[in-house]
Design a protein around this ligand. Structure first.
Ligand SMILES: NC(=O)c1ccc[n+]([C@@H]2O[C@H](COP(=O)([O-])OP(=O)(O)OC[C@H]3O[C@@H](n4cnc5c(N)ncnc54)[C@H](OP(=O)(O)O)[C@@H]3O)[C@@H](O)[C@H]2O)c1
Length: 271
């Protein structure tokens, strides 16, 4: 695991005090990067995790710092158990613990991905990281799991063909995390899920548009897709919103909600 600690000032956080420490997986680009910017603007110290794009992560942290925020970067492939452990250890050693873990990193659509890679990343790595972090949370800490409507609703809704393995693995990850809620409760840690429709302009949607253009245009038929900024704001909100364990925040795709079972109709946010 590589890391660079580049917090903007010496006012580094102690968990439980004013400045929270928030570890965001996969924050070198896309929704994770924007969530990092949003939370830093709200006063948190953000640890920008990346897998291999160190320069990109450093640019995200530098932008946050230039804007007056506090950020550091920490490289780790969260599918690698040693790397995941080293990531948590580095946060504990640098900041004394953490307040929030945002499980944002996701993948499996990569051309060279092994057949089991989606499950390794979207299910196994998520639960492992949550359990590794669990003893190190400040009181009142929180885990936020980021997912898509295509995954969250996959047991009851059709999934775009090219996205099926990702949807299955992300839903399996969500289910595995939900099964840990009693364990999270024992540690006093909250757990919130944020589910979004396809998000405009992201690499995943551009990839899907190439592989299965009809699937993306079908979503556009239901209205404008949420933007990265809108979705990231909802993920940031999920770190503070008063919520019962396992609460789900929904962003966009109201048609998903109207055809789902009542217990899923917790909130529809088109921010
Ligand atoms: N895009 C959408 O339309 C959409 C819709 C709803 C929900 N979501 C959810 O939002 C989240 C972010 O999506 P996104 O589109 O912003 O993703 P993205 O652009 O594909 O970015 C993925 C991020 O995860 C990192 N990553 C990948 N594999 C990793 C690993 N093994 N260990 C550590 N980091 C890893 C990448 O780091 P490197 O750059 O270093 O490889 C990158 O920072 C996902 O959970 C996704 O399911 C997305």
């Amino acid at each position: 695991m590589e890391r660079t600690t580049s917090a903007s000032n010496s006012d580094s956080s102690t968990p439980g005090t004013a400045r929270r420490t928030v570890l965001i997986t996969g924050a070198s680009r896309g929704i994770g990067a924007d969530t990092a910017r949003t939370l830093a603007a709200r006063g948190d110290h953000v640890v920008v995790n990346y897998r291999e794009k160190r320069k990109r992560a450093e640019v995200v942290a530098a932008q946050i710092i230039a804007a007056g925020g506090s950020a550091s970067v920490a490289g780790a492939d969260i599918t690698d158990p040693d790397s995941a452990r080293a990531l948590v250890d580095s946060v504990v050693s640098d900041f004394g613990g953490l307040d929030v873990l945002v499980l944002n990193a996701s993948g499996g659509l990569e051309r060279d991905a092994a057949p089991d890679y989606a499950m390794l990343l979207n299910r196994d790595a998520q639960t492992r990281l949550a359990l590794l972090a669990l003893p190190h949370f400040a009181p009142g800490g929180r885990i936020v799991f980021v997912t898509s409507h295509q995954a969250h609703f996959s047991p009851t809704r059709e999934v775009p063909a090219g996205y099926a393995p990702i949807a299955a693995s992300k839903r399996a990850g969500e289910d595995a995390l939900r099964a840990l809620i009693p364990e999270f409760d024992r540690h006093g840690i909250g757990f919130v899920v944020v589910s979004g429709d396809m998000i405009d302009g992201t690499i995943i949607v551009r990839l899907l548009e190439r592989r299965d253009p009809d699937a993306v245009s079908a979503r556009r038929d239901h209205g404008d897709l949420p933007t990265v900024e809108e979705f990231a704001a909802a993920v940031a909100d999920a770190t503070t919103v008063r919520a019962t364990p396992g609460h789900t925040l929904y962003v966009g795709g109201t048609d998903f909600l109207t055809t789902s079972t009542p217990h899923q109709l917790i909130r529809s946010a088109r921010l």
